[in-house]
Write a protein that binds this ligand. Structure first.
Ligand code: ATP
Ligand code: MG
Length: 571
């Protein structure tokens, strides 16, 4: 037994109540961060169940990541609607596919591809495309993009003219690889992630029995974070609805941060014309953050397409965002560690703080500095830096073959060894996996440069190995380290955004206006995670000598107390 229907409504503001009461027909909430979209839909479902309008097993709540689905489930449980299904698109599709396969196709449903990378590599070999591992990962991304967009190979080839092809390839070669990859998968009777969505879609569209069964089961649909829907997911939702329109979607176009993977806020913004008898609700009060944070978020997004102004609900003043300029990455990481220990000394819990960054490799210096300062942390939705395969391999190289005990400077020797692992002094061309791998190795260079003078190679690598070995237990009360991408939907009292320099945020390979806009939305997502304070850090120099940086253009949106990082944190 959860709250009563009246209690559920009482926990909402008038606009949210209107959403909760509109239990039938199409409803969309278009609203900015922290306005209570997720709260509104979970209460709406619970209200529908409490009033008897919904039978819990007829409702399907959808979202995009396992973590978000888990979050929806626990919120629903707390509201007395724990038996309602909250799933990712993928898990809902997978369940249907396994259930209907024996009857429609025969036998058991194919298994999921276990090592997709290997199948892609095999396909590349088959078509005589000899590229290295990072390029293979970029090819895998391309394979995924085509399927998410539901393009045939011919359509893909036509569209590829406007896309950046992975290094050493051409649209024609990529298409050859795609064809071979699909064939290999068929031969092995395996499906990949996108096949699951496509095959379920095909089944619902072409098998009337399946369609009627699924539509009997699910009558009311709710989708959170709808700005992230891809064409294939949208098509699947339409197929499940099958001409009905009891669907409620919520989202914020300013938080579209997966366009590179095929997501489009177009479906959210076009909801009104797609479902003409629907109601579109806007929420403006931001319940999450202070006036100061809301002001910064509004300033950042003003004039951008799809941006909606937020009005801070809280009138209690909070601190202005703080920008801390640091000397180099190591100094920045130490500054972050000190910012956190200061917050905790002031009464905050470790778990009240999140440190956000643009790319995973940025966590290396942070993990190192937090480890040294005794700050407990966990890495959200990712592998800890020192557990990443390329990092482990590099450490292995540094400890083996290649390193002679000379009295060369540590950095120079590390540089030489890292070249064995694929590091180059200048960043490689291109984006995606190639770049990520390089950045991970570059991060090790950074740690070497920050090591105290006179550190031997052996001491240095021992330190890296020790770090990989410690902190394996998940900490209950710990600082969260997360990429900006994986912070979506979450909130913390204190948020630290690191690396706010040109080249990191916006990231260097974001060159077109559209790409820079996506970077801006990422910064918006980061800022709006904060309930109380935002600290933004950047460093004037990377770790490699010579590379000087300028502050991120997005900092112009902050009405800040600007300070020198080292000075502000008392160094
Ligand atoms: P995001 O866009 O970041 O996903 P959201 O719009 O989904 O944000 P929620 O996470 O639902 O926002 O709500 C943000 C915070 O505000 C939560 O802590 C929530 O409990 C609180 N909140 C939302 N609506 C209300 C309300 N009517 N009264 C009190 N608190 C509220
Ligand atoms: Mg939300």
């Amino acid at each position: 037994a959860g709250p009563s229907a009246e209690e559920l409504l009482a926990a909402l503001d008038p606009e949210q109540q209107a959403v909760a009461r509109t239990l039938l027909g199409p409803v969309a909430i278009l609203a900015g961060a922290g306005t209570g979209k997720t709260r509104a839909i979970t209460h709406r479902i619970a209200y529908g169940v409490a009033t008897g309008t919904y039978s819990p097993n007829h409702v399907l709540a959808l979202t995009f990541t396992t973590r978000a689905a888990g979050e929806l489930r626990s919120r629903l449980r707390a509201l007395g609607a724990g038996t309602v299904q909250a799933r990712t698109f993928h898990s809902a599709a997978m369940a249907q596919l396994s259930y209907f396969w024996p009857d429609t196709v025969g036998g058991h449903a194919p298994r999921l591809v276990d090592k997709k990378g290997r199948v892609i590599a095999h396909a590349a070999d088959t078509v005589g495309l000899h590229v290295d591992t990072p390029v293979l990962r970029d090819l895998a991304a391309e394979v995924e993009w085509r399927k998410v967009q539901m393009l045939t190979l011919e359509e893909y080839e036509a569209a590829a003219a406007d896309r950046t092809m992975p290094r050493d390839t051409s649209p024609r070669r990529v298409v050859d690889l795609m064809r071979s990859y699909e064939q290999l998968k068929d031969d092995r009777r395996q499906l990949d992630f996108e096949d699951v969505l496509l095959a379920t879609l095909g089944m619902v569209e072409s098998e009337p029995r399946v369609a009627s069964y699924v539509r009997q089961q699910y009558r009311f649909f709710v989708v959170d974070e709808y700005q992230d829907v891809s064409p294939v997911q949208h098509a699947l939702l339409r197929a499940w609805l099958g001409g009905r329109d009891d669907v409620c979607v919520v989202g914020d176009a300013s938080q579209t941060i997966y366009s590179f993977a095929g997501a489009s806020s177009g479906f959210l913004l076009g909801f009104g014309s797609e479902f003409p008898r629907g109601s579109v609700v806007r929420l403006e009060r931001n319940y999450r953050s202070t006036r100061e944070v809301v002001h910064a978020a509004n300033t950042l997004m003003r004039g951008r397409p799809g941006a909606l102004d937020l009005v801070a609900q809280s009138t209690a003043p909070g601190p202005e965002p703080t920008v801390l300029a640091c000397v180099h990455d190591g100094d920045e990481a130490q500054t972050v560690a000190r910012t956190i220990t200061d917050l905790v000394a002031g009464g905050s819990a470790w778990g009240d703080v999140a440190v956000l960054f643009r790319v995973g490799a940025q966590s290396a210096a942070l993990e190192s500095a937090l480890g040294r300062a005794g700050v407990p942390y966990r890495v959200q939705g990712g592998t800890r830096f020192f557990d990443r395969p390329e990092v482990k391999l590099a450490v292995h190289h540094m400890r083996g073959e290649a390193v002679r005990q000379t009295d060369d400077e540590l950095t120079r020797r590390v540089g030489l060894v890292l070249q064995v692992s694929g590091w180059t002094p200048t960043p490689p061309e291109g984006t995606g996996a190639v770049r990520e791998q390089w950045e991970a190795l570059q991060a090790i260079m950074g740690l070497a440069e920050d090591a105290p003078a006179g550190t031997t190679m052996q001491q240095f690598t021992q330190d890296l190995v020790d770090r990989a070995a410690t902190h394996h237990e998940p900490e209950l009360d710990a600082v969260t380290l997360a990429t900006l991408h994986s912070s979506k939907g979450l909130e913390w009292p204190h948020v630290v955004i690191t690396g706010a320099a040109e080249g990191l945020l916006p990231i260097s390979h974001a060159t077109t206006d559209a790409e820079v806009d996506e970077e801006r939305r990422l910064f918006y997502v980061g800022l709006t995670r904060a309930r109380r304070s935002v600290t933004v850090t950047w460093s004037r120099q990377g770790s490699v000598r010579g590379g000087t940086r300028t502050p991120s253009r997005f900092l112009a949106a902050l009405d800040t107390r600007s300070a020198d990082g080292a000075a502000a944190s008392g160094a």
